[in-house]
Design a protein around this ligand. Structure first.
Ligand SMILES: Cc1cc2nc3c(=O)[nH]c(=O)nc-3n(C[C@H](O)[C@H](O)[C@H](O)COP(=O)(O)OP(=O)(O)OC[C@H]3O[C@@H](n4cnc5c(N)ncnc54)[C@H](O)[C@@H]3O)c2cc1C
Length: 576
C-alpha cells in the first residue's frame, strides 16, 4: 500500500491491534514478526526508517566477545547464534568478517577480567594475549558445531608482521577470529519492512509520522510531511523509540527512566594504503585504557570508530574534533607507517546506544542486553499496555523481536504461526551460495532482460536477488546511465523511489544507497538526483530545490560533508 492509501485507511478506521512507535531495527524486527503472524500492526517512524541509533552502528554482526568480561554469557551466546542466522538469512549484505586483534602485551587483563567479573575492578585496561585466547575459545564454543564461520587462530609476531606488512612492529601476537559485516544496515532494515508488508496486507509502516501524544484509548499521530494529524486506537503499544524511549513515554504522560544512553561516533576515510593494509580484515583492539576501537573494511573505504560516552539527550550526538583526533591517533598507533590525516575523512556519524540506565562506573561496563519494560494498569490513564524495548543490538534484533512478539501475541490471545529463525530477508531470498552460481544467474538474467552483465553484477551487490525485479523493471522502459553517477541508471532510481518509501532526497543519498557514506556525493549529483526522484514522486521545482538544500545541510551539519558550489551545479541549476 502507498503512503496516502495507508493514511486514508487510518482516517476511516483508527482501530489497530498493535501500534509500534519507532522504525529502528527493533521496531522493524517486531513489525515483521507480528506481520508474519497475521496481526494488524501499524509502525510509525518520525524520520526515515533506520535513521536513529540503527544508522550509527559499527556495522558488525557480532557476538560481542568483550561482553564475556562483564559476565554477559547469555547475551554473547544469543548474539553469536543471531550472527550466524544473519549470515544465512541475509547473505547479500551480511558477509563473514575475519577480525584481527593486534596484541601488544602477553599477560595484561588476565587478572582484570575475573576482578571485573566479580565487580572488584572498575577501570578498563588493555587485554593481553592469554585473556584474549580464553575469550576466543569460549566464543568458538558458542559458535557450535554449525561452523558458519571458521575457528580462531593465533599468529606469532613473525607471522603477523609477514601477513600485515604495515602493522606496528611492537605487536607480540595477533588473534584472528570471525564475525559478520552488515555492509548496508539501512537497506536491510527497509527490506524487512517491505517483506512484512508483502506478507500481510494489515501490516502497514509509515516513515515521517510521529506519535505526538494521547490519553485513555486514543493516540495522536502527525504526518511530518503535511502536518495533518490522525487518531489511532491500539490494543497494545510497543515503544521502540530506542534512545528516545523515555521521551516517548512522556508523551503518554508517563515518567520513566529506562534509558542511560552512551554516544558513539565513527569516521569513514578514503585512504588507499590503509585500505590495502587491512585487506578484507577488520582490526579490533583496545587502547591503553581499555576502550574498544575498530578499523573496518567498508567497500573501498575504511570505517573507524568508536567512542562510548554517557549522554543525557540523544540530539547531543555529534562526532567531535576530539573524537576525530582520537580515531586518527589510534589508527596511527596500529599502522604507524601510514600517514592518515583529516584530509582523508569523507563522512562522519554519531548515534546513541539505547542502553539500560545503570550505576556502572564506566560506559563499557553497562549491560548490552535487552529487556521489555511493561507499563500498564489504572495509574497510567491508558486503556492499553505499553512495552518499552530497552537495549538490544543490531545483531540480535531478530531474537529480541521474537521475544516481544511472543509477549504481544499472548496479550492479544493469539498463538505463534510462523517464526523468523530461518526466514531469508529481502534480496537474501534464493541468493546463490555456491561458487559459479551467481555468474550463471547473472548470465541468464542478462539474456532475459537485456541488462548488461556488468550492470547486473552491480545490482546483485546492492540488492541481492531483488536485482531480478529491478532489472526487469529497468527493461520495461527507456533507461539511461546518469550523467553524474554512471553507477546508477534512471529506472533503477525510479524503482527505488516508487517501491522503497523514499520521501526525501536524503533518504536515497544516506540510506537507500551508500553514496554519502562512501564519500561519493557531489553537488551536481545531488541536483540530478533531486530531479529524477522529484519527477518520480511528484515534486515541483520549488520542492526539488528545497530537497537539495535540506540534503546539503544534513550532509554538512551531521556528517561533516561540505560540497562547495564550485564542484558542480548550484541549487538553481539543479532544476534540470
Ligand atoms: C555507535 C554505535 C555503534 C553500534 N555498533 C553496533 C554493532 O556494530 N553491532 C550491533 O549489533 N549493534 C551495534 N549498535 C547497537 C545498535 O545499533 C542499537 O542497539 C540498535 O540500532 C537500536 O535500535 P532501536 O530500534 O532500538 O533504536 P533506533 O534505531 O534509535 O530507533 C528508534 C526510532 O524511534 C524513532 N522515534 C523516536 N520518537 C518517536 C516518536 N515520538 N514517534 C515516531 N518515531 C519516534 C526515532 O526517530 C528512531 O528512528 C551500535 C550502536 C551505536 C550507537
Amino acid at each position: 500500500m502507498q503512503r496516502n492509501e495507508i493514511l486514508s485507511a487510518l482516517k476511516n478506521n483508527p482501530d489497530v491491534s498493535v501500534l509500534i512507535v519507532g522504525g529502528g531495527i527493533n521496531g522493524i524486527g517486531t513489525f515483521r514478526d507480528l506481520a508474519l503472524n497475521g496481526v494488524d500492526v501499524l509502525l510509525v517512524e518520525r524520520g526515515d526508517f533506520c535513521s536513529g541509533a540503527s544508522a550509527a552502528s559499527s556495522h558488525m554482526a557480532h557476538g560481542g566477545i568483550r561482553y564475556l568480561e562483564n559476565g554477559e554469557f547469555r547475551l554473547v551466546r544469543e548474539a553469536v547464534g543471531e550472527r550466524n542466522r544473519l549470515l544465512q538469512n541475509a547473505p547479500h549484505v551480511v558477509k563473514p568478517l575475519p577480525t584481527t586483534i593486534p596484541i601488544f602485551k602477553h599477560l595484561s587483563g588476565l587478572l582484570n577480567a575475573p576482578l571485573k567479573f566479580f565487580g572488584v575492578l572498575d577501570k578498563p585496561s588493555e587485554r593481553g594475549a592469554v585473556i584474549i585466547r580464553l575469550g576466543l575459545m569460549m566464543y568458538d564454543a558458542y559458535t557450535g558445531k554449525q561452523r558458519t564461520v571458521p575457528r580462531h587462530q593465533f599468529l606469532s609476531r613473525k607471522e603477523s608482521l609477514a601477513k600485515w606488512k604495515q602493522l606496528n612492529p611492537s605487536v607480540v601476537n595477533t588473534a584472528v577470529y570471525y564475525d559478520g559485516a552488515i555492509l548496508q544496515p539501512e537497506r536491510l532494515a527497509v527490506e524487512l519492512v517491505l517483506d512484512a508488508e508483502s506478507e500481510n496486507p494489515n501490516a502497514r509502516a509509515l516513515n515521517y509520522v510521529s506519535m505526538i501524544g494521547g490519553s485513555e484509548d486514543t493516540l495522536l499521530l502527525r504526518d511530518e510531511l503535511t502536518d495533518e494529524t490522525y487518531d489511532v486506537r491500539p490494543k497494545l503499544v510497543i515503544n521502540a523509540a530506542g534512545p528516545w524511549i523515555d521521551f516517548t513515554n512522556r508523551k503518554f504522560g508517563l515518567s520513566t527512566r529506562f534509558i542511560g544512553g552512551t554516544k558513539g561516533s565513527h569516521i569513514v576515510v578514503r585512504h588507499a594504503e590503509l585500505r590495502k593494509a587491512i585487506g578484507e580484515n577488520e582490526f579490533f583492539f583496545e587502547n591503553e585504557d581499555g576502550r574498544i576501537m575498530l578499523i573496518f573494511p567498508l567497500y573501498d573505504c575504511v570505517l573507524i570508530g568508536t567512542s562510548d560516552f554517557p549522554v543525557e539527550h540523544p540530539e547531543e550526538a555529534h562526532c567531535t574534533d576530539e573524537e576525530i583526533d582520537y580515531f586518527l591517533s589510534l589508527t596511527r598507533r596500529i599502522f604507524p607507517s601510514l600517514s592518515l590525516t583529516r584530509e582523508h575523512i569523507v563522512f562522519q556519524f554519531s548515534g546513541v546506544r539505547p542502553l539500560p540506565r545503570s550505576t556502572a562506573k564506566t560506559a563499557s561496563q553497562i549491560s548490552r542486553d535487552h529487556s521489555i519494560e511493561v507499563l500498564s494498569g489504572d495509574w497510567t490513564n491508558l486503556r492499553f499496555p505499553i512495552y518499552s524495548l530497552v537495549g538490544g543490538k543490531w545483531t540480535s534484533f531478530r531474537a529480541f523481536s521474537e521475544q516481544v512478539t511472543d509477549k504481544a501475541l499472548a496479550h492479544l490471545g493469539l498463538s505463534r504461526q510462523k517464526d523468523t529463525r530461518s526466514l531469508p530477508i529481502g534480496g537474501g531470498r534464493g541468493y546463490p551460495r555456491k561458487p559459479g552460481e551467481l555468474r550463471i544467474q547473472i548470465e541468464s538474467l542478462s539474456a532475459w532482460t537485456g541488462v548488461t552483465r556488468e550492470r547486473l553484477k552491480i545490482l546483485f551487490e546492492r540488492y541481492g536477488t531483488r536485482a531480478e525485479t529491478i532489472a526487469t523493471y529497468m527493461n520495461g522502459g527507456t533507461d539511461f546511465i546518469l550523467k553524474t553517477l554512471p553507477d546508477f541508471t534512471l529506472r533503477e532510481i525510479v524503482f527505488l523511489a516508487q517501491h522503497e518509501k523514499i520521501c526525501h532526497l536524503d533518504d536515497f543519498v544516506l540510506r537507500r544507497s551508500m553514496l554519502a557514506m562512501l564519500g561519493q556525493v557531489r553537488r551536481e549529483m545531488i541536483a540530478e538526483l533531486a530531479n529524477i526522484l522529484g519527477n518520480a514522486v511528484g515534486w515541483n521545482d520549488e520542492q526539488k530545490a528545497a530537497e537539495v538544500a535540506r540534503t546539503l545541510s544534513i550532509l554538512q551539519d551531521r556528517h561533516g560533508v561540505i560540497l562547495s558550489v564550485d564542484e558542480g551545479l548550484s541549487v538553481d541549476e539543479g532544476r534540470l
